[in-house]
Write a new protein. Structure first.
Length: 416
């Protein structure tokens, strides 16, 4: 028997606090209801956030809004801790931390002991930058579009220990994956100790073939580190299949989870080769110096227990919606946005091929267009300031189809 659900009833069910109270069970039920259109389902997802209908978040590469249920969970558990700060009360979070780690690991194709729950991608990258052993003359190969914590951070390490950083530049629109892999392979030699790259650039929107690059590095005996800040939550991930040695990401971006929570994946067998940055207490107020897996990078002292617990709730929501469904939605809408921007006269920096891009997109407009509109743009709280060449990462799977024309025009006004 078909379930009869209307747009009005969906939004009514969502309400102001729907996900916290009803939508946790409603999302998967609606997903399988034959009478529900795709747009109606995504309307329900959209109403799990508190930002107003007049706003469109356009900076997911930096910060996404969290699901309302996740933000509510952080607030609720923070009050619980403040009400009773005793060790007896806080001990419950040790089980929560383990449960959260297991949920995240299962979702990204990893084993729980390969996941360290750190504070963000920057901290995770820092573990790799500072933790690997090098000797003078060793070389590090990186992509020139890496984030600063996976880019200039290597320069500091190189100056301190006499290393050489080799930056790889790629064509604006690469011909194919093989061209990308070949350019990185040419930069590697018998002195190269690590290949470190961002899977999806927040600068150009170009997405690198992580699995093929990891295979190339593995064949040369080179450690492969992937910065997945623009991947976790936007793409279907299977880290064992990708084959990288380490992977970093933040919850506050595409995963739309709590702030100051991130992950560091270290493939089993690799952790003993990496020194921890911080030696502090575990969640059980213990000092663990002989851990041989990723948990050795989690001894960070006092943590925000509420945020870590809410990360598990975020993983549950992504499971309910479905990572495959999210990735498909992002690709579909990113393609529509690119087409609309081209129709308005933009020059795309990001490849149009969905296999070579993610949810991030970058484009340029003539200077005249940008100048005429900069005042209007900077007055809008929903839009970013107009840069010379824009790179924006709209949370594309939670906006509605009728929004596109306005979004394209807003992008024209912003020069992005």
């Amino acid at each position: 028997m078909q379930t009869s659900i209307t747009r009005r009833s969906l939004i009514h069910c969502a309400g102001a606090v729907a996900l916290a109270s009803t939508a946790a069970g409603l999302l998967p039920k609606v997903a399988h209801a034959e009478a529900v259109s795709s747009d109606m389902y995504w309307d329900l997802v959209r109403h799990q956030f508190i930002f107003p209908d007049t706003a469109i978040p356009m900076n997911s590469a930096n910060l996404c809004p969290a699901f309302q249920a996740v933000a509510d969970k952080v607030a609720e558990l923070s009050r619980l801790v403040d009400y009773d700060v005793s060790l007896n009360n806080r001990a419950q979070f040790n089980d929560t931390l383990a449960d959260t780690r297991s949920k995240v690991a299962q979702q990204i194709g990893a084993a729980p002991e390969e996941i360290a729950l750190v504070r963000n991608t920057s901290e995770a990258n820092s573990v790799i930058t500072n933790g690997l052993d090098f000797k003078e003359g060793d070389e590090i190969v990186i992509w020139d579009q890496n984030h600063v914590t996976n880019n200039e951070a290597w320069d500091i390490r190189a100056r301190r220990f006499g290393l050489k950083v080799v930056r790889v530049s790629l064509p604006r629109l690469p011909e194919n994956d093989e061209q990308i892999v070949e350019l990185f392979a040419k930069a590697c030699n018998d002195r190269t100790k690590i290949l470190s790259f961002t899977e999806c650039s927040n600068v150009s929107g170009l997405k690198l073939p992580a699995k093929k690059l990891a295979a190339m590095a593995r064949g040369k005996g080179i450690h492969c580190h992937v910065d997945g800040a623009q991947s976790w939550g936007a793409s279907v991930l299977n880290l064992h299949d990708i084959g990288c040695d380490s992977f970093s990401a933040s919850s506050h971006k595409w995963f739309m989870g709590p702030k100051e929570v991130g992950i560091l994946y270290v493939r089993n067998g690799r952790a003993p080769e990496i020194w921890p940055n911080t030696i502090g207490y575990t969640g059980e107020i213990k000092v663990e110096l002989d851990l041989q897996n990723a948990l050795k990078f989690e001894t960070l002292g006092q943590r925000d227990d509420a945020a870590i617990a809410a990360l598990g709730d975020t993983a549950d929501i992504h499971t309910q919606i479905g990572p495959q469904r999210i990735e498909a939605r992002i690709k579909e809408h990113a393609s529509r946005l690119k087409q609309g921007l081209k129709e308005l006269g933009a020059t795309l920096v990001t490849p149009e091929d969905p296999a070579m891009s993610g949810g991030s997109w970058s484009s340029t407009f003539p200077n005249k267009t940008r100048k005429l509109s900069s005042t209007r743009c900077t007055r809008s709280s929903a839009l970013p300031r107009p840069p010379a060449a824009g790179c924006d990462c709209v949370r594309t799977f939670i906006i509605r189809r009728p929004t596109y024309r306005g979004l394209w025009r807003a992008s024209l006004r912003c020069g992005t």
